[in-house]
Write a protein that binds this ligand. Structure first.
Ligand code: CA
Length: 430
């Protein structure tokens, strides 16, 4: 086995790669030329075609079972196999792609430049639930509406979420059509209908559910981490004006369901293991989690240390040859509940989770300016425009604007890994 923290790959461009060194090995679904979509693993700037490697006879046992489960162009059946199959596949890929590369001659034919491939959603998502566990975002947004009492009384007890729309999940790169809907313009007493005027992004982590549970059987907190297959970036595009008018009393509806963008690579729970950390202690005076949400191990190592960022590229910036401007830099440690707590809470009433279900974390903002994960927070509801290097300003997104989410994990003595990108460019309403 070749799982040491700084092991090298014979795929030279993988070594020191910003996102996809040997230690990451994220899984995704890609197609090339006229091939049907199939499972691949990102290694440097290339994609290894696992179907092809299977045909070469280079997988045995559980690793072989894992790759066979990806036939059909979706990872649901692979996710359903759970942790042991994922680990077996990872260990075999570390052998195949690590130095010295006993099979490199054969494997060269199964490696394609990523730039020649198209990425798809990694799984067929049955259900998508968007949480709200980024406490700084909840406070920042709450302050806009309730300056003295930003968090509602349930926030520190219940992992808040709403059921999102699985049908409009799309991979990075899909254009974002400005939605139309009902809004109540300031000073008006009756709504109008038209294109959204306050289009926003939300910087979130996506969480892929692995093995599910039977309906009626809750997932215990000490088993919850074993039900998570991996992670991606998620942009919960939000129409703030539509949202403000529709959200009471049942929460977001059409303001969130026009598109949700995902980065296409599933960064596995195993790849993220070196970047686990303790859940930050709750401030003095905050309630402790109820017993069904408390596990000492989860508190000790159930949080994630992932650096997150949002960049914006306007058409004028692109024309002037300017690089995308960073609007946000934050970290996933701002989650008030762990992912295990989210899984347990979601199933505690007997709700069934299924392989390939997707959770959003909620917007991951920090407490300081520069770390806010949405324009709503950055501009304080549109009051303070953002200055861009082109001399332009923005309160909310304009047609042609491209939003890019990135994420990276870093720790001394361990190879850094990244998530790739989650991009989307806004196009005019129909
Ligand atoms: Ca959200």
């Amino acid at each position: 086995m070749n799982d040491s923290a700084m092991a090298r790959s014979w795929v030279e461009h993988a070594n020191g790669h910003r996102d996809f060194p040997l230690q990451n090995l994220p899984l995704g679904i890609f197609s090339r030329q006229s091939q049907a979509p199939r499972c691949g693993v990102a290694i440097g700037d290339a994609i290894l075609d696992l179907q092809r490697v299977l045909e070469l006879g280079l997988f045995d046992g559980l690793a072989r079972t894992a790759v066979e489960a990806t036939r059909g162009g979706a990872l649901n059946a692979f996710f359903a196999l759970g942790t042991a199959a994922r680990v077996a596949l990872r260990e075999r890929l570390l052998e195949l792609l690590g130095e010295p590369g006993e099979h490199r001659g054969e494997l060269q034919a199964a490696l394609y430049p990523a730039s020649e491939c198209q990425m798809h959603l990694p799984a067929k998502v049955g259900d998508y639930t968007d949480f709200y566990v980024g406490i700084e975002h909840a406070k920042n947004v709450g302050k806009l509406f309730r300056p003295d009492n930003p968090l509602l009384p349930n926030y520190k007890h219940v992992p808040i979420a709403y059921h999102g729309r699985a049908s409009t999940l799309r991979p990075s790169g899909t254009e974002v059509r400005r939605p139309k809907g009902q809004t109540l313009p300031a000073g008006h007493t009756a709504p109008t209908f038209g294109p959204c005027a306050r289009l926003d992004y939300e910087l979130e982590l996506g969480i892929w559910i692995g093995q599910g549970n039977e309906m009626g059987q809750a997932i215990a907190i000490d088993e919850a981490a074993g039900h998570v297959a991996g992670y991606c970036l998620l942009n919960d595009w939000s129409a703030r004006d539509i949202q403000a008018w529709e959200y009471q009393p049942l929460g977001p509806f059409l303001s969130k369901s026009f598109i949700t963008s995902l980065s296409p690579w599933v960064v596995t729970a195993e790849a993220l293991a070196p970047f686990r950390c303790a859940q930050p202690p709750r401030p003095e005076g905050d309630p402790q989690p109820l017993a069904y949400l408390f596990d000492a191990q989860d508190q000790a190592s159930g949080a994630l240390d992932i650096e997150l960022e949002v960049l914006l590229l306007t058409p004028r910036m692109a024309q002037q040859g300017l690089a995308p401007a960073r609007l946000t830099s934050s970290n996933s440690r701002s989650m008030y509940f762990t992912v295990a707590q989210m899984v347990t809470h979601h199933s505690v009433n007997g709700c069934q989770l299924q392989p390939g279900d997707l959770f959003g974390s909620g917007t991951l903002s920090g407490a300081e300016s520069g770390s806010f994960g949405s324009l709503l927070e950055i501009t304080e509801g549109g009051k303070h425009p953002v200055q861009l290097p082109s001399g332009e300003t923005r309160t909310f997104l304009e047609d042609g604007d491209e939003v890019i989410l990135r994420a990276r994990c870093m720790r001394p003595g361990v190879a850094s890994i990244g998530f790739g990108e989650c991009r989307g460019r806004v196009v005019a309403a129909n």
